[in-house]
Design a binder for this molecule. Sequence first.
Ligand SMILES: C[S@@+](CC[C@H](N)C(=O)[O-])C[C@H]1O[C@@H](n2cnc3c(N)ncnc32)[C@H](O)[C@@H]1O
Ligand SMILES: [Zn+2]
Length: 338
Amino acid sequence: MAPILRSGIALRCPRCKAAPLSECERKLECACGYTNQADAAGVFDLAFALQAQAARQRETYDQRLAGQDSNSDPWHCFTTFEGLKKTRALRKLRLNAGETFLEIGCASGPVLASLCANTGARGYGIDISPESVARQLARRGQASYDAICAPADELPFADASFDAVLSLDVLEHLAQPEVFMAEIARVLKPGGRALVKGNVSDIGLTFDWLQSKLRPAKWRASQTELGHFPENFRSKAEHAKAARAAGLIVKHMFGSDVFWENIADYVILPRLYAPFMRKSGEAGPAGDAAVTLRVPIDMPHRLVRLMLRVGEWMLWPEWVLGRLGIGATAYFEFEKPV
Ligand SMILES: C[S@@+](CC[C@H](N)C(=O)[O-])C[C@H]1O[C@@H](n2cnc3c(N)ncnc32)[C@H](O)[C@@H]1O
Ligand SMILES: [Zn+2]
């Protein structure tokens, strides 16, 4: 029986914290007696003692995937401005062939697969939703990355396991972002890089802020539906402080999702793309209003890219405001000192 794990990156036992866990016959085993059997889809579920919020995340994201075919990527809207920004930001990880990286909250999307294919790095994806991990594995083919179900605030890896860590839009789903920062710092090798993006509490002067003021109940409901916990949101400065306390250097931090980007992604672009999407036979928006055309991360559709270029040119105020620290979300680039 072919092993499920193939990246060669060791897992550590969630019970006794010793590494490596060894795989035999689709079962993980530790000398301490801990075992974990993969399910029928090949998913190892190491998220055993879930906190209430994490349990709700699992439920939310398992449900959001239900009923969609295994090729759809509901969380990867690379044809949106946000998607384009994420794609660009990935370059900051400066991944090289042979390096190792971890994606926290990998969902079923193509970032993990694409980064491995395009950089030659070996990757690991973790997500709280077994259904998402199953989709991720179904698209893996012969590629040598791994995906398992595990919680972001208790990573099943030994200290200094990765050259790079990546996490996009997961921060706002966590009860204790500080623990998450500490875990990133722990699993990074000295000199390792991390890229983290997520919602923040200091959303003044943004589209989100306006919505939260004009329609507070609707704004809160939309956050809850996405699995966000606004009551746990931290400011950009608080996240940076937590990262520094965990021993990371904050190389860059800038605001995103200011105003125009959201209007473009959620109001203008879906309308512009609607006829094109029908023509191309692609599935429509999956669950929310954003465009969810499937486009490989490294090769956005030419037409879509052209439209984005034109639009991006108009986004310069967003860029300037982001550099001034304004944004409903923020990008953080960290480094672990050598
Ligand atoms: C908004 S999606 C982002 C997915 C993807 N990173 C992207 O940028 O499109 C949030 C993801 O985080 C996962 N997640 C939420 N809470 C988590 C936790 N405590 N540990 C690990 N993953 C979690 C969800 O299952 C979901 O796949
Ligand atoms: Zn053990």
